[in-house]
Design a protein around this ligand. Structure first.
Ligand SMILES: *Cc1c(COP(=O)(O)O)cnc(C)c1O
Ligand SMILES: [Zn+2]
Length: 448
């Protein structure tokens, strides 16, 4: 490598404060705002836009550790100072960009794509950020920093990712989960990966307050997305999207949001590429919220003039059931920069959108359902043109949400009509009855 690429923490509110990435610090010591990772852009400019594109393209599928990872294939943009040997990776990223041909047709759209970020080791896009955070912890331990464990509060997916990456590296992990508010799969994942699993009788925001206390003495490292190392890994999504379109910029990106770290990550990825001349215009970003956990939507309706945390209601989109998002300030800044829209989806809208998408070959988690439902509403209102090249970020694998899927198809979710339910048909092993039934079902599907 011709030049040393460097990054450090910097205050996201603009103070002069900077700290090394291997310091245990999450907020600006002067003003208390969240930090962000700041890269030495001058060093990065020592290579041209086309050199960076060529380098990143050459690493897709590479066998040389750790560059075959979709995150570490962009190491210079993500976390350049870390020793390759300290990296804890399961070759996350490089996920399929699914051409939603038949779902798009339903909306009159020809250029609709779903970025399948849930097709990952622990089944959600949280792996993208967790590989960076756990790698840095591993590096810090190698450098002699005393860290006894890594901890997070979670709505299910962060804890699964933290537990798996820590188990891989042999680092103890602690997860705080709101009791009875996550799926069975999400609860089993950290149990299986031998995390210390604490199930608290509160909601996510309550768990978040506890984990911030527990990590205060700095021997337990905080892994929530207020730790901006995770944001650096998550932002690889934007880079990958461009890469998968041969570096053409899409028109619109739709992403579901709860704690709102990821929408700012998405914007950061685009901004970095923009500053390095790798893209010539900016896409529009749409942030989708569940109607029952919609504090940012409410703020958007007031032009972001103020923001009020709420107590969220129970939503099927459990990973975004958050009323007091930690990264709200960063998210609002990102949305203002990217001509942002915030849209919401009711329980029935999100469930129906996921079911419709599944009929076209997807297997959408409820959060992806929120994003798809928001897309449908915006296209119907003409806010997203039908010819716009649009990407929906699918954040988790549907297989983590079997209760949601089964409940929908059995028609057992209260308050939802399950319009697109498809129940198994119970029959005796009688060939005439089977033939009769098939004839009836096939003709019904032809009419539909
Ligand atoms: C974490 C998560 C989100 C939301 O990301 P935030 O950064 O909290 O806004 C959306 N979907 C799934 C499946 C998640 O796990
Ligand atoms: Zn500050």
């Amino acid at each position: 490598m011709s030049r040393e690429f460097r990054a450090h923490f910097r205050c996201s509110a603009g103070c002069d404060e900077t700290y090394p990435l291997d310091e245990v610090v999450y907020r600006c010591k002067k003003c208390g705002e969240l930090l962000e990772v700041s890269h030495d852009m001058e060093a990065l400019r020592s290579r041209s836009a086309s050199e960076w594109k060529g380098l990143f393209d050459s690493r897709v599928g590479a066998t040389q550790w750790p560059y075959g990872s979709g995150v570490w294939g962009k190491k210079e943009f993500v976390c350049p100072g870390i020793d390759d040997e300290a990296i804890v990776s399961m070759y996350e990223g490089n996920t399929n960009l699914f051409w939603a041909k038949r779902f798009g047709q339903m909306l009159g759209m020809k250029d609709l794509w779903v970025k399948m970020c849930g097709n990952s080791h622990t089944g959600s896009f949280k792996d993208l950020g967790m590989t960076v955070l756990v790698s840095m912890v591993n590096e810090m331990i190698r450098r002699g920093v005393r860290l006894d464990a890594v901890a997070c509060a979670s709505t299910g997916d962060t804890s699964a990712a933290l537990a798996a990456y820590c188990a891989y590296a042999g680092i103890p992990s602690i997860v705080f989960l709101p009791s009875n508010k996550i799926s069975v799969a999400q609860l089993v994942q950290p149990m299986a990966n031998n995390a210390i699993v604490l199930s608290l009788d509160t909601d996510f925001d309550g768990c978040m307050r506890v984990v911030q206390e527990v990590t205060k003495n700095n021997t337990i490292y905080l892994a929530n997305s207020m730790n901006s190392l995770r944001i650096e890994g998550q932002k690889s999504i934007s880079i990958e999207i461009l890469q998968q379109f041969d570096w053409e910029v899409p028109d619109v990106v739709v992403i579901p949001g709860g704690n709102l770290g990821n929408v700012s990550a998405l914007a950061r990825g685009f901004t970095m590429m923009h500053e390095l001349g790798m893209m010539d215009r900016r896409p529009r970003i749409v942030l989708a919220q569940a109607e029952r956990a919609n504090p940012l939507y409410r703020s958007f309706l007031k032009g972001f003039s103020d923001f009020e945390p709420i107590v969220p209601g129970k939503t099927l989109a459990s990973a975004i059931q958050i009323g007091d998002p930690v990264s709200v300030r960063k998210a609002i800044a990102a949305l203002k920069e990217y001509d942002g829209i915030v849209e919401q989806a009711s329980e029935e809208e999100l469930a129906d959108a996921a079911a419709l998408a599944d009929r076209t070959g997807l297997y959408a988690c409820p959060h992806t359902g929120v994003a798809l439902a928001a897309l449908i509403k915006l296209v119907e209102r003409g806010e997203i043109p039908r010819d716009a090249r649009t990407i929906v970020i699918s954040t988790a694998h549907g297989l983590k949400f079997s209760e949601f899927k089964i409940g929908y198809h059995q028609g057992s979710i209260g308050g939802i009509r399950s319009t697109y339910a498809n129940k198994p048909i119970e029959l005796p092993p009688d060939i005439d009855r089977v033939n009769e039934t098939l004839a009836r079902e096939l003709s019904a599907r032809k009419r539909a």
